[in-house]
Design a protein around this ligand. Structure first.
Ligand code: G3H
Length: 536
């Protein structure tokens, strides 16, 4: 388990002056009930996966700190969200779709003004290469714009009455109440906002907990959150998840849990809620997406896509290809080609241009990955590549991997690539059927009959089958979900709006009295639900 001091060369002796956000940043501020308050209690210290050389080893860059809130403050944040919801009578849930759209639009403009700062925090807090951090930011603002357009379309299509079997009805989507949003470290902005924005724009009030790695990037957004939304509509909860979140769930006041992270934590949080049928859960959880290289695969044509699928952002994507099934007679050829490509990946600090392999933000991750490699090697696999120093782990490919090895079962969420040789491609299918996960799969091959056969099998095991392409979430208008332990609910621009609302109708027997009643209500704009206002 020894560290490799030869990797010292990838770390700077000191941090270049112009690449980091203002460091260190002691962020004591948090948002509750429309007010930005100063935290006087203990703080969580935040370190970067970016390290500098020190005494022949490496030392993480100190980024700053954020409030280690206590239970009482978390409950205050919850109560503010409950008050702002006010059984659906709060200002925000009662606003028209158009007014809410304007508020989110104003917030997005303010967010764009802080792009550079937020991108730098993403780079330094989670070690994401700068170009990918920029993409994460831009994809998020584009997602917000698409979401606002989808809300407009939805509002237009429901701005009318329908008549069916003598019943007049207006059917609209109503918000659900108080939403707890928790995003993951690997997309700390994008995947948090992928639930936060739809929840908000549909009229819910939100309690918002940033991930532990990816917390300081929210500092630049606090004022905009406070100023663009009415008090209590957005409230931040910082601190140790196991301290602040269970009491919030136990209160029974959370109506929707939007969580992207591990299934273990998701299960614990759901169990804390006293009324399981009141709670809606929108969950994005683990995945171990398989790539099946079919017998006719041409290794040279697919190798680049396989590499991207396995190692983009060091394999720290829920959609990463985390196990490869390869025909036995092409196993060596695949490994050789993969090794060659892997060796050409550029390693270094995430603020440098063109880097692809960067240090990992989760504490102890290198040791865990090294354990996977050693376990596989002890059972007969050969490891090509690998080695680590501090949080930097060089990619490793393991071959031949078989049942019983940890790398065969566990979601590595890092740059270790297990390759399983098969005699019959049905073996890959059996692995997928037995897996606890069911997010996506990639099929590589050209024979139409064989591809069609595997597609027809796989669509009953996973929720997206990618042909000669890596697994991925985007485009964000496509449904993103999973079976088994991979997801609950579906996210996409339009699906997310459905997830955070419920179809609700007002219905009346069609007669003169009811028609007159409804006409009066709409003409005089007496109701925020019954309305035929058209959204331009
Ligand atoms: O971590 C899981 C993400 O949803 C993956 O998104 O496929 O766009 O990298 P991506």
């Amino acid at each position: 388990m020894a560290e490799n001091s030869a990797l010292l060369k990838y770390f700077p002796t000191e941090l270049p002056a112009d690449v980091a956000p203002g460091l260190p940043s002691q962020q004591r501020r948090y948002l509750i009930d429309g007010r930005i308050e100063e935290w006087k209690g203990p703080m969580i210290e935040v370190y970067s996966p970016v390290c500098v050389q020190k005494d022949n080893s490496v030392e993480p860059v100190y980024l700053g700190s954020a409030p280690a809130m206590d239970e009482e403050t978390a409950m205050r944040a919850l109560d503010a969200a409950v008050r702002a919801w006010d059984r659906g009578n709060g200002l925000w849930p009662r606003l028209s779709a158009e007014q809410r759209i304007q508020a989110v639009h104003a917030f997005t403009k303010r967010m764009e003004e802080r792009r550079e700062e937020i991108v730098r925090w993403i780079v330094f807090e989670i070690g994401k290469p700068r170009s990918e951090a920029e993409k994460e930011f831009d994809r998020t603002t584009e997602y917000i714009r698409d979401t606002l357009n989808a809300v407009k379309e939805g509002a237009r299509s429901t701005a009318r009455f329908t008549v069916e079997q003598g019943i007049l009805a207006q059917i609209r989507r109503a918000p659900l109440g108080v939403v707890l949003c928790m995003g993951p470290f690997n997309y700390p902005l994008n995947e948090t906002f992928a639930t936060f924005i739809p929840a908000l724009v549909m009229g819910n009030t939100v309690l918002f907990k940033p991930p532990k790695n990816g917390i300081l990037l929210y500092g630049p957004l606090l004022e905009a959150m406070a100023e663009c939304f009415p008090p209590g509509v957005v409230n931040t909860v910082y601190g140790d998840g196991p301290v602040v979140i269970p009491p919030v769930m136990r209160s029974g006041k959370v109506d929707v849990l939007a969580f992207i992270g591990s299934s273990r934590v998701a299960d614990q949080l759901k169990k804390e809620h006293p009324h399981p049928h009141k709670l809606r859960a929108i969950l994005g959880m683990g995945a171990k997406n398989a790539a099946i290289l079919l017998p006719d695969v041409k290794i040279e044509s697919v190798i680049d896509e396989c590499l991207r699928g396995a190692l983009s952002y060091n394999g720290q994507r829920c959609t990463a290809l985390k196990i490869f099934f390869v025909p036995r007679d092409k196993g060596e050829q695949f490994v050789e080609a993969f090794r060659e490509k892997m060796a050409s990946l550029s390693v270094g600090m995430p603020y440098l241009d063109g880097v692809q392999i960067t240090p990992l933000p989760i504490e102890g991750k290198s040791q865990y990955l090294q354990g996977l490699v050693e376990d596989a090697v002890s059972q007969g696999a050969v490891a090509y590549g690998g080695g680590y120093l501090g949080p930097l782990f060089l990619p490793a490919i393991l071959y031949p991997v078989k049942k019983g090895m940890k790398a065969y079962e566990e979601e590595q969420f890092g740059p270790v690539v297990p390759v399983v040789p098969y005699d019959d491609p049905e073996e890959a299918l059996d692995w997928i059927v037995e897996s606890h996960y069911g997010q996506q799969a990639s099929l590589f091959g050209e024979d139409p009959a064989q591809v069609a056969h595997f597609v027809d099998e796989l669509v009953h095991q996973v929720c997206r089958v990618n042909l000669n392409s890596q697994c991925q979430r985007g485009p964000d208008v496509f449904p993103f979900t999973g079976r088994k332990g991979s997801a609950e609910g579906t996210l996409s621009v339009s699906d997310a709006l459905r997830a955070f609302s419920i179809r609700t109708l007002v219905a009346a027997k069609e007669n003169d009295a009811n028609r007159a009643l409804l006409r009066k209500i709409t003409e005089e704009r007496l109701s925020s639900f019954i309305s035929t206002d058209f959204l331009f």
